[in-house]
Design a protein around this ligand. Sequence first.
Ligand SMILES: [Zn+2]
Length: 232
Amino acid sequence: MELSTMLEYQKLDIALMRLENELRQSQAAKEYTANKTTLTNAQEQVLKQNRDAGEMTTQMESLIAEYDAIEKELKEAEGAVPDVDNAVAADFFVRNVQKLVNRLKVLASEISKMSAKIVELNQSYAATMTAGKEAKKKLALCKEAYEAEKSKFMPQATELQKKIAEAEQGCSEEFLTVYKRLRKLKKIPVIVPLVGTNCGGCFMEVAGDILVTLGAKPFVECPSCGRILYKD
Ligand SMILES: [Zn+2]
């Protein structure tokens, strides 16, 4: 595989990247992306709030069930007042009633706290829904401008994509694997010249034995940054 083929492939790839970047930087694309992010966040928030609401309802139900049970127990206890002469039974009665009354107080306070939390959650749920609807409306409005902006870039992008696909035909599998991996890591340019005995990408000194193989192998990778090196 020729060096010129690799460099040509890189040239086309960078041109496409620049074009995509230009589109991303346009006002229409920025607005579109921002609204899309807002909408996604609102959707995630709604899901989370739904989960929280489910959990709170379950907790509330179990609090109410316990409250009802204790209330019933208290009524039953109060209905069976022991003989005042029986000091032990009277003492037990008083302590038992007191214990039940205390537990009811605690439960009542927990129920009231939980109900305040549920009200709060309902309010923020409503606010999230409004924000989500607003973002959806805005997204629909700016979609047209974004599509129009995109269509300006499309002919050139399609042309480049076609050329890149053609250029790939002339590239080795090994090269493409290395190239695409580095591209993903944003190590652009991927193919760099040697500058003296240093890598033209990361500027680290390249060891002599690697310099020797340069030219003998189709391509060598910089031991420091992994870029593909060539002799200028
Ligand atoms: Zn390097």
